[in-house]
Each structure stands twice: as C-alpha cells, then as structure tokens.
Design a protein around this ligand. Sequence first.
Ligand code: MF3
Ligand code: CO
Length: 248
Amino acid sequence: MVSIKSDREIELMRHSGHINYLCHKYLESQLRPGITTKEIDELAGKFMKEHDCISSSLNYQGYPGYICISVNDEVVHGIGSNRKLKNGDIVTLDISMSYKGYHSDSAATYPVGTITKDKEDLLKYTKEALMEGLKEVKAGAKLGNVSHAIEKCAHRHKLGVVEELCGHGIGTKLHEDPDIPNFGDEGVGLTMKAGMTFAIEPMLNLGTKHVCLLDDDWTIVTEDGKPSAHFEHTVLVTETGYEILTGE
Ligand code: MF3
Ligand code: CO
C-alpha cells in the first residue's frame, strides 16, 4: 500500500528532511584526508542527537552504524571503521533519520581533496540522473517515468546502473511501498498522487553494473573494483511536481 501523508505528517517529514540536509552540510565540512570513517559516523550520531533525531540505520536488521559510509568502489552500506580517507577518494554519506517517527533519507557522494576527471564526471552525472528522475515526479504521472529517466541519463553517460538496489516510499517507516528501480519503461507502474513521499536514489558505476557483497554481510562493492556514486533525496509529490524535503 502506498500511503498519502496528511499536512501534519508532511510538516514532520519536512523537519526530518531539513535536519538531514544540515547533517550533510556539517559532515561535508568535516571531510579531509586522514579522518576515519568511524569518526564521521560518530559525528553524525552526535549531530542527530543534538537535533532530536534518531538514526534509521542504527540497528536496522542489525546494521551497526549511525549512517552508511561507502568509499570508492563501495556502492552502499559501508560501515564506519578505522579506514582513513585519502586525497583522491570519493565518499558516499547515506544519511537516514527520523524525527517524531517520520523518516528522511538522503545520500550524496563527496570528493576528498583532488579527484580524477573520471570520478568528477561520475559524481556530476549521478547527480544529474537524480535530478532527471525528479523532473518526472508529479501527481497524475507514472512512476515508471522516473525510473526510465534515470536509466536514460545513466546510459547517455555510459555509466552502469545498479539493479539490485532501489529507491522506495518513505514515511513512518524508512522503507515503504513502492520500490523505485533506477531503470525501466516509461508509462508503466503506479500513478503518483499528491501527498506521496519517495526516496529516489540512483547508484551508478564507472564500469560494470554488477555488484557483490563483502564478508561483513553489509558492504556492497562493484564487481570490477571501479568507483560508484550515489545521490538520493526524499521528495513529496505535489499537484504541480515535487518538493525536495532533504534539500536547501
Ligand atoms: N539509506 C539506506 C537505504 O535506503 C539505509 C539503509 S539502512 C541500513 O536503504 F541499515 F541498511 F544501513
Ligand atoms: Co534510501
């Protein structure tokens, strides 16, 4: 079932999304070569606590971190550790939190110091794919158009589209119906309605679309070891389009 949020619920999701956005800005300002991913995770936990928010990932099916931190070829669900970020790395911070029971979910991939042109393009085009997908969000339109727009953008830039992981509905639970794949046909699927809230999240690879799971049972990496990027916003469907709840 795809839920429609009331005005009160939307207000709470806006707040959750705003704190999520501020958490991104804060963590981005702390990124530098030498910081460990565990230190970033602890800063995130502290920030959420100070803003009356609760991490949605901590203890989610046993996940051990406040946020997910994925470096270079890690696609999603990397766990904070004593690994130090290095100049030239890219790092994805995937932040999900709840405020008074309402979740927000937002990811972005950041450069550490100076990165290669290939990595720069990967970040730029993955963000572009998210924005192209968002442009299709509108009451009365088909959800398949969102998936299709993301895939089209990825293929235009010769990037691999991860198929095992999807965007999702979001609200009183982190993952609600429907699943929102980052590929597919236009004109199919759910008809969007005002008041629905979605987390839309392309994960794109510089090489193959294929991924594998590491021995920690969480971290998903690209099969060919090439870098991956991930951009995600939580959005509200409106009559005329969409409102980004995790943006500025
Ligand atoms: N933002 C991630 C997602 O949408 C959160 C995952 S929770 C975790 O799936 F426990 F898997 F980290
Ligand atoms: Co998500």
